[in-house]
Design a protein around this ligand. Sequence first.
Ligand code: FAD
Length: 337
Amino acid sequence: MKVVVIGSGIAGITFAEKYRTLMPDADIVLVTIEQEGYYSRPLLSRGFTKDDIEQTIILKSFGKLRESNINIIDSTEVIAIDRHAKAIEINGPEQEKVIKYDTLILAQGSAAFVPPPFRPFEKLFFSLNSLVDLKAMRRFRQPFLTQGNRPHWAIVGGGLIGCEVASDLATAGDKVTIFHGMDRLMERQLAEEDSALLLNVLQTSGVEVLMDQTVHGFAQKGDKVCVNTEATAEFDALIVACGFKPRTDLAEAAGLDVGRGIKVNPFLQTNDEAIFALGDAAELPNGKLYAYILPIRSQALWLANYLAGQEQNPWSPPAFSTKAKVHGFEAKQPYNL
Ligand SMILES: Cc1cc2nc3c(=O)[nH]c(=O)nc-3n(C[C@H](O)[C@H](O)[C@H](O)COP(=O)(O)OP(=O)(O)OC[C@H]3O[C@@H](n4cnc5c(N)ncnc54)[C@H](O)[C@@H]3O)c2cc1C
């Protein structure tokens, strides 16, 4: 039995490790574009107040995972799925460009969502979705710090990630302005009273928050970037934090059913019985994406048990909650997930 996993986030790694313990003789191959090991994505939004984040964010090195007899192929992108041949095509330093599978696990996660009007300006802004993104932002920031200055960041989007990053940058001493399209922060997750509390906490930490903003686009002006709304404001750097987009391209090109995510049945199985999907990439029959650590871990453990023949019931989501990692903020009511 050869199981091939695409992706080394919590979904792919948790599955592979659990499946290894249940099936000591299985051939497990995990292909990932990542280079630096398995890291904690939630910690990305604490990437400015922790000096040693680039080391402490790594939960396990790929070398350590290989010791459990999981064949990790890193720095390698999966570029196609050939369902007929039951094989994936890869693009990386490995000589072998095709890997056969009996069972394929799609754990490719999600990318930052960039609204279509912003796409022509992609070179002008950062998004915070991966360790590579965080390192790029930290590299950009370093020369300001070395000269005893602080950059002024514009963040477009006052959702969960926008607020977390704003809070961490401000706590680290940077200047931050949030442009939010709605009339209150984190309006999807928080009750009105908690949005007001969050606004107060951010403003107290020095973050400027602009509500009801329609951002038309961006422009470069010397070494500054401009955010164009009704007025034009200049900043040292720009972050677009407008949500996430499940990575469905490979699945779609292979003819799998795709909606917002890769569609799966209650057994996390796609419309191809040899292919399963989980994590940020998967859309359950109720139309939901369970894009949080706790349910994803539950999916990964469940799937390993199911494929090892130790589980017969379908996956059901555990009770879970989340909270924004905004310094000094505690919501009074549960989040709407
Ligand atoms: C800044 C930030 C803060 C967050 N904070 C929280 C929090 O506090 N609590 C919480 O519950 N959730 C939080 N989340 C959400 C949570 O991190 C995600 O739901 C979870 O990490 C998704 O895990 P995953 O394994 O499905 O996908 P990912 O972690 O995205 O992993 C997918 C992996 O697949 C790789 N990959 C993709 N395509 C290919 C390909 N074609 N070939 C090879 N490799 C590929 C990617 O490089 C990536 O390593 C946060 C997310 C972010 C971005």
